[in-house]
Design a protein around this ligand. Structure first.
Ligand SMILES: OC[C@H]1O[C@@H](O)[C@H](O)[C@@H](O)[C@@H]1O
Length: 362
């Protein structure tokens, strides 16, 4: 297996730069290689994907996901969710409060007045137990303790990354609890289809299509207002492909609140939980495409609106808006909105979600 031998150069990265010990647990870099010869590199620190090497229309390989080239930079990143796993609860919970079986829970506040992405030390900042199944499958395990980051119930979590021969990065999530809890897992890939370069180009000229007739407007603290609004005639209408930059700075209250796109789309589904088409982007210059499929009801479109000008892999600097994120998940603040799809997981039940990022060329 690839990881048993010392690899000097993995996707332009060095394995040893990812090897350290954090709270007694070892971090490393794992490489998945498919039959087409294309590689993906993942660290078990937060499950951060640090490389996805895919060809452009002329067959030229480039890394299309933002990350860092060493473990210290991953740990201290100005963007703590840079292409990492997110849990136990993706996105925001208003004021960090929710009620479950008649009891009110208070989570640490880490984003304005709200709780974001599972707390001060979420799944993105944990060392996961790695298991290489074969050259194309990495499994990560993490057990979130009862009470960790304010959540009830121990949560045993498994994430399976599979890199298929047709350049699909499949991410499957499984979890179970010993006491009723809430769970909303996702992966926060920061995709730059033009390829990581210095400077990494902005996302404005990506052509984007999103399979959603509705989205969730947000209040001034980025919590869904509760309204499920039609995208028709708004900057959020991506039902026919359009440039990401077309309305990203539109004179629109929702766009202003998000400082760009930072909103959950309600994905069109025939059936709850079906694995279906969510989004597609095309980068016109390189011809690279990415399609997203998910079992989840929602997808947060985030256009990298905040962290600006920090150093990433391959000597690159990442200006803000140089990546696009499609976080497939249940809706933000679901625990406080009984009419949103439920995020409650009971003892004896199994949480499952699957999302696929499929790379190609046009
Ligand atoms: O990486 C952090 C970003 O993650 C997104 O899911 C949130 O909605 C953004 O507000 C946040 O800045």
């Amino acid at each position: 297996m690839t990881n048993t031998t010392e690899t000097k150069n993995i996707c332009g990265l060095r394995r040893e730069d990812f090897q350290t010990t954090v709270n007694g647990k070892k971090t490393d870099l794992f490489i998945l290689k498919n039959k087409a010869g294309n590689e993906v590199a993942i660290t078990n620190y937060g499950g951060a994907v640090v490389a996805i090497m895919v060809p452009d229309k002329d067959g030229k390989l480039a890394n299309v996901i933002q990350g860092h080239d060493n473990i210290q930079d991953v740990i201290n990143s100005p963007e703590p969710y840079l292409s990492t796993l997110i849990g136990r609860f993706g996105n925001r919970i208003a004021k960090g409060k929710f009620t479950l079986h008649g009891k009110e829970y208070s989570l640490p506040i880490n984003n304005g007045p709200n709780a974001l992405h599972g707390g001060v030390k979420g799944f993105n900042a944990r060392v996961w137990k790695p298991e290489m199944m074969n050259d194309q499958t990495l499994v990560l395990h993490y057990v979130a303790a009862y009470g960790e980051e304010g959540f009830t119930g121990e949560l045993k979590t498994t994430v399976v990354y599979t890199w298929t021969d047709n350049n699909e990065l499949q991410i499957e999530y499984l979890a179970c609890t010993n006491k009723k809890t809430i769970v909303n897992l996702t992966h926060h890939g920061f995709f730059s289809l033009a390829g990581i370069a210095n400077p990494t180009p902005k996302v404005d000229n990506l052509i984007c299509e999103i399979n959603a007739d509705f989205y969730l407007p947000i209040d001034e603290t980025s919590i869904p207002t509760g309204e499920i609004r039609c995208v028709e005639g708004t900057p959020f209408d991506f039902r026919t492909p359009k440039e990401v930059g077309k309305d990203i700075d539109a004179d629109n209250l929702q766009i202003k609140r998000g400082a760009g796109y930072d909103h959950c789309f309600v994905l069109n589904k025939k059936e709850e939980g079906e694995l279906s088409f969510a989004a597609r982007i095309t980068e016109p210059k390189s011809g690279r495409t990415m399609e997203v499929y998910t079992t989840e009801p929602g997808m947060q479109l985030y256009t990298d609106n905040w962290a600006d000008g920090y150093k990433g892999q391959h000597g690159a600097t990442f200006p803000k808006r140089s990546a696009i994120c499609f976080e497939c998940q249940h809706f933000p603040d679901s625990p406080n909105r009984p009419y949103f799809p439920s995020v409650v997981l009971k003892e004896g039940e199994q949480y499952k979600q699957k999302t696929i990022y499929k790379f190609g060329v046009k």
